[in-house]
Ligand binder design. Structure first.
Ligand SMILES: [Fe+2]
Length: 291
């Protein structure tokens, strides 16, 4: 009944961008964004089924082609997006039309109308990493969605938004810390996490260095913004260790209570990792623990 250590069901998993991007683009040939409502390559943990990427986080890669619209809807689930590639894409949230640029984090809080579009004139796709708290609703079945009557919820372009966290600000924070390693926790202006369920962090690892081994009751979906290296991950059983090699735009999981250290390869310069985490839920329930 009570295991001797935390016992996540999720396994260590990784998705190489070079391998999954062609699959996502081929989905673009098969189905339109409007027909799909959201065209997403779900990153399903191989030890679990959808919607689990970790035990508590759902993640997927979403594609919007030029002139497409992912129609407006709202839902109970919270979502955050980490923009991977593309220009001239937008997410409109409750009237704010927010341009999406590489490295940005854009939030769609619970029950906020939102739609996505791509106004690029050169045929370039917009691709981003979605993070949602969908696994939570397996235990609390209160998530549902409502479609908006029109394709787009009325919105006007904004330069700044409390729902957008530009990468330049995050990198400035990381680079302002001396030493080989820095971590930045995304927070709202009032100091609160990005939501009551999921939040995010970014880390800088200097070239040729290894981060201290650490484990937390938080689980993570990591995404490589820049750099090359590998992460050594030991599962809570203390026996199963895996090395996940990574390159820019790759995504990988760190299950709860898995011990992790990141290594940045020498020749590639420093690395910047982004991660979605379930820290708000874990903290709110008094389950936060780290070693
Ligand atoms: Fe949505």
């Amino acid at each position: 009944m009570v295991p001797p250590h935390p016992n996540p069901s999720a396994s260590i998993a990784s998705w190489k961008y070079d391998e999954v991007k062609p699959l996502l683009l081929s989905a673009g040939d098969i189905i339109g964004a409007e027909e799909a409502e959201r065209r997403v390559l779900m990153l399903v943990n191989p030890s679990l089924t959808a919607p689990y990427t970790t035990d508590s986080i759902y993640a997927g890669l979403q594609l919007i082609l030029p002139e497409e619209t992912a129609p407006a809807h709202r839902h109970v689930a919270f979502a955050l997006r980490f923009i991977i590639e593309g220009t001239d894409g937008f997410t409109a949230v409750e009237g704010e039309k927010i341009t999406m640029e590489k490295g940005d984090v854009i939030l769609t809080p619970s029950w906020h109308w939102h739609d996505h579009g791509n106004e690029n004139k050169e045929g370039k796709p917009m691709i981003w990493l979605d993070g949602l708290d969908l696994p939570l609703y397996r235990y609390l079945p209160v998530n549902f969605a409502e479609p908006y009557a029109e394709k787009r919820y009325p919105s006007t372009p904004v330069k700044e938004s409390k729902l957008r966290f530009p990468w330049a600000n995050v990198q400035r924070q990381l680079d302002s810390v001396e030493g080989d390693y820095a971590i930045y926790h995304y927070r709202h202006e009032d100091g609160s996490h990005l939501s009551k369920t999921l939040s995010a962090q970014a880390e800088r690892i200097a070239a040729g260095t290894v981060t201290k081994k650490k484990r937390e009751t938080t689980s993570f979906v990591y995404h490589v913004y820049e750099g090359k290296g590998y992460s050594t991950i030991l599962l809570p059983d203390g026996k199963t260790e895996q090395v996940v090699n990574w390159n820019p735009r790759d995504t990988f999981t760190v299950p709860a209570w898995a011990q992790v250290s990141h290594t940045c390869s020498h020749e590639a310069g420093q690395a910047y990792l982004f991660a979605i985490n379930d820290r708000p839920m874990v903290e709110a329930l008094g389950l936060s623990r780290e070693q």
